[in-house]
Design a protein around this ligand. Structure first.
Ligand code: ADP
Ligand code: ZN
Length: 723
């Protein structure tokens, strides 16, 4: 037999299929080791056949076969093929997406435990073999006992002697390293509301593949997802459940675990290599049927999928910004088509692209306009910060927010304070000469962190000593401007000395359970105020939270990006949605310097359709997506000259394309990227706006052709981050 193998060589441009002779029982989808260019490398078997296109004596044999059960399910091959051609990812790299990285180097294997039992063979013991006799007696009334534990009791020598005599036999069994050990608890099934039941029927009965579940925050979307999954499992199918960031959703996880027990498996970058491996195999072997995870879980090794759910579908984390670059929702669509199953996109604030598809009839639209039990959405109060400044209030907290905080604390409820900047002060400026502290590796200003008393770069993580004087002019008037979460928490402590305040941002969460600890603490009411960045906006359900303060609602409005309005609307709606979810009425104080902005007006009234209509008019008038396609070819290199050289080549090739298709281009230019350097790499870009997707392949061609080890060139489609 011969195997067709794709070799898994990092950075390789080899995207070819190689042939090797192999054992007769080798199956498509297995991972193997093969000789390749004088080395032994890993590879994926993408096919086996009787014949070979070379003279057989020239074909080398497969060196080692990894799996008995093929690691790759049949769907992988067609999906990898489509991902390769759609997003221009090398074949090996797209196959690799289907395997947890821990599996690849073959370093992690299954975990085994040994169990011993009496065999029934009559034992004869020498006089001094007391330990052996005791061990045998100990086992006589037990079904089985763990080998290691028995060795600890009676000594390995005695136990091994019993095994050698045949008195005791050993069985090796696979054990699962359970990442949620002990987290299982049962939960009573909720009686569906009429709106939930209607939504489920609607999804069940629609012939469309993609369903957009647009439901206000607290409308009970989770319960709908769980019911749909349960129905599919009952039909003998499997399901994928995607969330933006899994460590932020412990409540969701425990709900899923409570409902589906061992049938749910979690794919999560925070798991240990062993746990990840086991959860993955539980899915692959069919023991678990529901894959839960962030975007990479869209590649879960499931067959016969009945439903794919993408919660918070508007979230930008669903687009991979590092290689291999892919859109999770597009991949989910491909899988839904292959499996002929449902894809459910859920959000209180759908992306305008998704909502437009729903209006156009491409997606089935389901709308939930009310919270569970008709609870009102929290009232949003606007605090005009210009007036605060005029009144002499230069702090980060408006009078309205302070008052509301005061009464919330007095009533024994909890508050969430949101601001999307971590650290203490965002910029460090010399008031004498205007010097700004910047990172040596990146073209960005440094943030002051009070806890470590240092300056940090948020792009590469580099730390610098805090300034006591300006390094340029020696001036002593160093100013720390722009409030971050550390300062907000410190200021709150000064305002409300008795309040228990906790913070959640990238600095306070570390390790596997970092988020979990903070969220659990807040849920247990061990703190009164939670201060945090956007990670506190995502889906949490804290019943005692009745106040949300948004410190800088309009900051994201000023990003030079066509999505800034959309993102601001989403953020305000999501953060506000954390308030007043249980019995007590909720409030939101939204601080802004531009209260007349239309985005804020729609957000305050929870008017998604109003926002959508207005946003589409703006996008149409200005020719931005979905009325056009923005493409950026990024060029990055540690060597500035190489980057500029490559930029020129990329630009001229694109310019040639434009001359051949003048009607397709709305805009084309080359420039420095807004952030000129990140992690020592210089960044340039060719930016273009196109009328349609028809030239996309040619644009990818240009990038692929000009990309090299020393200078990367890659395409981003409608990038959500244009820095
Ligand atoms: P969403 O995801 O739409 O923001 P959730 O799914 O978190 O909303 O539900 C909001 C709250 O309503 C949760 O506390 C949830 O437990 C509760 N809930 C959902 N469905 C029901 C129901 N049918 N009966 C009672 N409570 C429900
Ligand atoms: Zn840096």
């Amino acid at each position: 037999m011969f195997a067709q193998v794709i070799v898994d060589v990092a950075h390789s441009q080899v995207d070819k299929i190689f042939e090797y002779s192999c054992p007769d029982d080798l199956r498509t989808g297995c991972r193997v080791k093969v000789p390749f260019g004088g080395r032994i490398v890993e590879g994926f078997v993408i096919g086996v056949s009787q014949n070979c296109s070379f003279p057989p004596e020239r074909v080398k044999p497969v060196a080692e076969v990894f799996d008995e059960l093929p690691a790759l399910v049949p769907e992988c091959f067609s999906l990898a093929e489509r991902i390769s051609s759609r997003f221009r990812v090398p074949k090996a790299a797209s196959l690799r997406l289907f395997l947890p990285s821990e599996m690849r180097r073959g370093t992690v294997r299954e975990a085994f435990k040994k169990y011993v039992t009496l065999s029934g063979v009559q034992a004869t013991f020498q006089k001094n073999a007391n330990k052996q006799r005791e061990a045998a007696e100990f086992l006589s009334d037990k079904d089985e006992y763990e080998y290691i534990a028995l060795c600890e009791k009676f000594g390995a020598g005695a136990v091994n002697a019993l095994i050698k005599k045949g008195v005791v036999c050993v069985e090796k069994r696979r054990v699962n390293r359970n990442p949620l050990g002990g987290a299982e608890r049962s939960e009573e099934l909720k009686k569906l509301t009429a709106a939930q039941a209607d939504a489920i029927e609607n999804i069940e009965n629609s012939q469309k593949t993609v369903h957009l579940l647009h439901g206000v925050t607290g409308s009970g979307k989770t319960e709908i997802y769980l019911n749909i999954i349960a129905r599919e499992i009952e039909k003998g199918k499997t399901a994928i459940f995607l969330v933006p960031e899994i460590s932020l959703t412990p409540q969701m996880l425990s709900q899923l675990r409570a409902r589906f027990k061992g049938e749910a498996a979690i794919l999560h970058s925070g798991l240990s290599a062993g746990e990840k491996f086991d959860e993955w195999w539980r899915l692959r072997s069919g023991e678990a049927k529901i894959a839960i995870g962030a975007r990479s879980a869209v590649f879960a090794p499931l067959e016969n999928i009945g439903a794919i759910i993408v919660d918070e579908e508007h979230d930008s984390s669903y687009v991979s910004e590092t290689a291999p670059r892919y859109s999770t929702i597009e991949v989910a669509k491909l899988r839904a088509e292959y499996n002929n199953c449902k894809l459910i996109l859920g959000s209180a604030t759908p992306s305008v692209e998704s909502y437009q598809s729903a209006i156009d009839g491409k997606f089935n639209l389901i709308t939930l306009t009310e919270r569970i039990n008709k609870k009102p959405l929290p009232e949003i109060i606007i605090a005009d910060m210009r007036k605060e400044v005029k009144r002499g209030n230069n702090s980060a907290f408006s009078a309205a927010l302070r008052e509301e905080l005061d009464s919330t604390l007095k009533s024994g409820n909890q508050a969430i304070i949101f601001l999307n900047r971590r650290g203490y002060a965002q910029t460090v400026i010399c008031r004498d000469c205007g010097y700004v502290a910047k990172c040596e590796n990146c073209d960005v200003s440094l943030t002051y962190h009070s806890e470590e008393n240092c300056l940090k770069c948020h792009y590469c993580g580099a730390k610098y000593r805090m300034l006591t004087a300006c390094p340029d002019c020696g001036g002593k008037r160093v100013h720390y401007g722009g409030t971050g979460t550390q300062r907000a928490a410190a200021d709150l402590k000064a305002l409300f000395p008795r309040a228990r305040i906790i913070r959640m941002d990238n600095d306070t969460v570390s390790g596997k359970d970092g988020h979990y600890g903070i969220l659990r603490q807040f849920a247990a009411k061990e703190a009164d105020i939670l201060v945090g960045t956007q990670m506190i906006a995502k889906g949490h359900d804290f019943p005692a939270v009745t106040l949300v303060g948004i410190l800088d609602a309009d900051m994201s409005l000023h990003f030079s990006d066509y999505r800034s309005g959309e993102r601001t609307f989403q953020l305000i709606t999501q953060v506000s949605g954390r308030s007043g979810r249980a019995d007590d009425k909720g409030k939101v104080v939204l601080q802004t310097y531009c209260p007349e902005n239309y985005i804020l007006r729609y957000a305050v009234n929870y008017d998604y359709t109003g926002f959508f209509g207005n946003e589409m008019q703006v996008r149409k008038a200005t020719g931005f997506p979905p009325f056009s396609l923005i493409c950026r070819i990024m060029v990055t290199s540690e060597n500035a000259e190489t980057a500029v050289e490559t930029l020129k080549k990329v630009y001229f090739a694109t310019e040639e394309l434009r001359q051949a298709h003048p009607d397709e281009f709305i805009f084309l230019n080359r420039m420095h990227s807004p952030i000129k350097k990140i992690q020592k790499k210089y960044r340039y870009q060719v930016l273009m706006r196109l009328n349609t997707y028809s030239l996309l392949e040619k644009i990818y061609d240009i990038a692929v052709k000009n990309s090299s080890q020393n200078c990367l060139a890659y395409v981003e489609e409608n990038p959500s981050n244009l820095s």
